[in-house]
Ligand binder design. Structure first.
Ligand code: ATP
Length: 540
């Protein structure tokens, strides 16, 4: 099947705009970097994913390792909490990305996203001539670079070329770069020794010689500077250090602050979970890739409190369960990856962490984070206990013991989940009325059924309207009597609507309607009075 020239992401972004899934925020003022608004279809899709998560976490949680349903309750805490919260959680001191600005390209990078290649050149006598540090290059630049290398060798100076690379591969350019870098590497490996190093591992003198990822000249990158990711504001009339507050960078801390109240007021005891869905804010250094990394986003987080000795058992349980859940939402196995975070890369308090990653078009063939499942031990409760001087221990009356529970946290991005599901659903097929269409899981689709009178006369609209008035009570439906039937199908395909119900001349006599299936484009006759149960069965 021929694919259009424009990249999949560009097509998806424009489909999202055109059909009202996602718009740039503040667009009439030129937009605001890192902020997006959800349109009517996007809001519905996001709510459907959120509701599915809530249902599977809170209303009907999974069956635990002991064969019993696990116990989870939901809460909704404030976006702004006491500023001490962020001192205790470590966000105030530790939640800072090091960033690097490029004076030449005016671009800003996370320091940990920049890697450099360090090349050691040797002459025929294997004597070291020069060390160069450089990134990937376009193939056509290869000769130029090699020629440059030789020239520079003569000068016996050092250069470093850098490239942007996210440790979890979410850089748009990463894959392309890596492919080319490998290509380059194989060409020059015979003559040079090449080592890849993170920018942050270079000393200041070396850093000053790096040629930035989008620059031509060396030495245009600033030293890495810390950049606190929390947005702040002030409460009350006076704006000073005492009145300073922060917009939460994650929903999790609100859960820890209320853990004791929940324990005292609900009939829960470890192992149990507290779930929350809501907005989080991070002043990301480099918001990018549509709604993948934004400055305002939504999270679906659950803190699962367990007796310390059961931590690893529940960690394994939740990683498996969350992988299964994303599969059930429609992500194919081939596109999901469990990335176990190694000892050196985990937060110091975490006993185990796995990222659930998705193969986004901009990371392909690699993966980028969708959800993190972290075994956080008793770190958060211990910190809040110390900072608040409040005892947060759980007292087990039966066993006559008291302890700080350990916590397993599955933390998913809701807005990032919308993106993953849209990427997965996007289809391109020129033989269809609308070449672009969305193969969303029917229960997540913003509109479940389109209801069309074939023509807007001859008694058909009356029957169609009556059916619509009935179906709308149980399913999100759309009535559409305008344009040709083909155009109406096409509009519904683009919105990901799984079923289109047409009332035609035959309906008036036989009492049958035609239901078109989005995925197969096949049509079948269904009795008018069976449509409701047909939809309920197909959507359950
Ligand atoms: P990343 O490494 O991508 O910055 P993170 O490890 O900091 O993410 P967590 O703090 O574990 O992310 O947050 C849990 C989830 O929240 C992530 O898996 C992601 O889905 C979502 N998330 C985090 N930051 C953003 C953001 N800026 N925009 C959209 N979603 C986000």
């Amino acid at each position: 099947m021929p694919q259009p020239e424009t990249s999949l992401m560009n097509r998806l972004v424009s489909l999202c705009k055109r059909r009202g899934f996602v718009y740039p925020a503040s667009e009439i003022y030129g937009g605001l970097n890192g902020f997006w608004d959800f349109g009517p279809l996007g809001t519905q899709l996001k709510n459907n994913i959120r509701d599915a998560w809530w249902r599977d976490m809170v209303d009907c949680p999974p069956i635990g390792p002991d064969g019993q349903p696990v116990s989870i309750v939901g809460i909704d805490t404030s976006i702004i909490q006491h500023p001490k919260t962020w001192e205790a959680s470590g966000h105030l001191s530790g939640f800072a990305d090091l960033m690097v600005d490029c004076k030449e390209s005016k671009k800003r990078y996370r320091a940990d996203h920049i890697n450099v290649f360090e090349v050691t050149m040797r002459d025929e006598d294997k004597e070291e001539k020069a060390r160069l540090f450089f990134s990937y290059v376009e193939p056509e630049q290869l000769n130029e670079i090699v020629a440059g290398l030789i020239k520079r060798t003569k000068k016996d100076s050092q250069y470093y070329l850098s490239f942007e690379r996210h440790p979890r591969n979410d850089s748009e350019k990463y894959c392309r770069e890596e492919g080319l870098a490998n290509n380059f590497l194989s060409k020059i490996q015979s003559d040079f020794i090449l080592i890849e190093r993170p920018f942050t591992a270079l000393n200041a003198e070396e850093q000053a010689k790096v040629i930035g990822p989008d620059a031509k000249n060396a030495g245009t990158l600033t030293e890495p500077r810390s950049f606190n990711l929390m947005f702040n504001s002030y409460v009350g009339v006076f704006q000073n250090e005492e009145s300073k507050v922060y917009l939460r960078p994650e929903t999790a801390q609100g859960i820890f602050l209320q853990y004791k109240n929940v324990l005292d007021t609900s009939r829960v005891k470890p192992p149990f979970g507290i779930a929350q869905v809501g907005k989080s804010f991070r002043n990301e250094v480099t918001p990018r890739n549509f709604i993948f990394r934004t400055r305002e986003f939504e999270q679906m987080e659950m803190e699962f409190f367990v007796p310390p000795e059961d931590g690893m058992k529940w960690y394994e349980f939740w990683v498996a369960e969350r992988l299964r859940w994303w599969g059930e939402m429609g992500l194919s196995k081939a596109n999901i990856f469990r990335h176990e975070i190694g000892d050196g890369d985990r937060a110091f308090y975490s006993a185990a962490t796995a990222d659930i990653e998705y193969k986004y078009p901009f990371t392909d063939p690699n993966f980028g984070e969708l959800e993190g499942v972290a075994y956080r031990t008793d770190y958060d409760l211990k910190q809040h206990q110390t900072f608040s001087k409040t005892n947060l221990e759980y007292i087990d009356q039966e066993a006559k013991t008291r302890y700080l529970p350990h916590v397993i946290e599955p933390a998913a991005g809701l807005t990032r989940g919308v993106l993953a599901l849209l990427c997965e659903a996007y289809q391109y097929d020129e033989s269809r009325a609308s070449p672009e269409w969305l193969k969303l899981k029917p229960s997540l689709a913003p509109i479940k059924a389109g209801i069309f009178p074939l023509v807007n006369k001859d008694g058909m609209p009356e029957v169609a309207e009556k059916l619509f008035m009935d179906l709308r009570k149980t399913h999100t439906c759309q009535y559409d009597a305008k344009q040709s039937i083909g155009k109406r199908y096409a509009r519904m395909d683009e919105a990901g609507t799984p079923f289109c119900i047409t009332i035609d001349g035959d309906t008036l006599t036989s009492q049958n309607v035609t239901i078109r299936n989005r995925d197969t484009a096949q049509q079948e006759k269904v009795a008018l009075d069976q449509v409701k149960s047909y939809l309920s069965t197909k959507l359950s």
